[in-house]
Design a protein around this ligand. Structure first.
Ligand SMILES: NC(=O)c1ccc[n+]([C@@H]2O[C@H](COP(=O)([O-])OP(=O)(O)OC[C@H]3O[C@@H](n4cnc5c(N)ncnc54)[C@H](O)[C@@H]3O)[C@@H](O)[C@H]2O)c1
Length: 257
């Protein structure tokens, strides 16, 4: 592949995906790679991110894995610097790194609250903040956050998670206004239950009725797949999506939120 280092042509930009080692982030990295972008896969689990990067590279696109904990502000900035040095200025970011736990409100410890907020909300902010200067410089950028439909509907035993994802939605709205004049769109996808390792672990732990049960209640009568989220996300990262900003694009099988 011939690649400019500017990341400014329509199909050869540099895209960062956080949480790219698994589930939704993995599928988003795949979709952006299929669009022809150079993809940086950031994850605290470097083995998984590396495995995905090798597969994408074998399929003919430029993909590199970086070990990052999004709660580590210095580490995030160092990783973005490495991406710039190796792939070029960053034009696209999708923030999928996230964690969930299920705990009744009376039992959420300060540590558990802080951790969920640190990964899901502050980690999203830190990751975006570290790449926005590239987008301002280029006069073009695409930012997609992965929030959660639980922040629209509420969910039991998830006060910390739901609050963190509500924060992600508010952050998305704030940034969309601030960055729109610079050619940068900022949107959020709040998925309902998507069949990923995160959802299957919560199912195995008995935290919710289960992926298949939710699927049977979903208007389209199937489970959401990571590729469903990735397809919407990939569109939001195109030139054609330039008039869409500050939006919540529900990928939820028809649940009314
Ligand atoms: N699966 C669902 O039903 C669902 C629904 C709504 C929202 N979401 C959100 O979608 C996103 C992706 O979830 P998923 O289901 O693909 O989960 P997943 O567990 O399959 O993947 C999450 C990835 O994020 C990485 N990660 C976690 N903490 C990190 C950190 N501190 N630093 C860097 N990487 C970190 C993990 O290593 C993993 O590779 C999350 O933000 C989640 O909250 C998921």
């Amino acid at each position: 592949m011939t690649s400019s280092t500017q990341g400014t042509s329509a199909n050869d930009r540099v895209a960062v995906v956080t949480g790219a080692g698994s589930g939704i982030g993995l599928s988003v990295a795949q979709a952006l790679s299929e669009q022809g972008h150079r993809v940086a896969l950031l994850d605290r689990n470097i083995d998984e991110a590396q495995r995905v990067a090798e597969k994408l590279s074998a399929d003919g696109t430029e993909a590199m894995a970086y070990q990052v904990d999004v709660t580590d502000r210095v580490g995030v900035r160092a990783a973005m610097d490495a991406v710039r040095g190796e792939l070029g200025p960053i034009s696209i970011i999708v923030t999928s790194a996230g964690v969930e736990t299920f705990t009744p409100v009376t039992e959420i410890s300060a540590e558990e609250w802080d951790h969920i907020v640190a990964v899901n909300l502050t980690g999203t902010f830190t990751s975006i903040q570290a790449v926005v200067p590239d987008m301002i410089e280029a006069g073009w950028g695409r930012i997609v956050t992965i929030s959660s439909s639980s922040a629209q509907s509420g969910a039991p035993n998830m006060a910390h998670y739901v609050a963190s994802k509500g924060g992600v939605i508010a952050l998305t709205k704030a940034l969309s206004f601030e960055l729109a004049p610079q050619g940068i769109t900022v949107n959020s996808i709040p998925p309902s239950i998507i069949d990923t390792p995160m959802a299957r672990k919560s199912e195995a732990d008995g935290d919710f009725p289960g992926v298949d049960v939710i699927a049977s209640m979903t208007p389209v009568r199937r489970a959401g797949l990571p590729s469903d989220v990735a397809a919407a996300c990939a569109f939001l990262c195109t030139d054609n999506a330039g008039f869409i900003t500050g939006q919540l694009i529900g990928v939820n099988g028809g649940w009314y939120m």
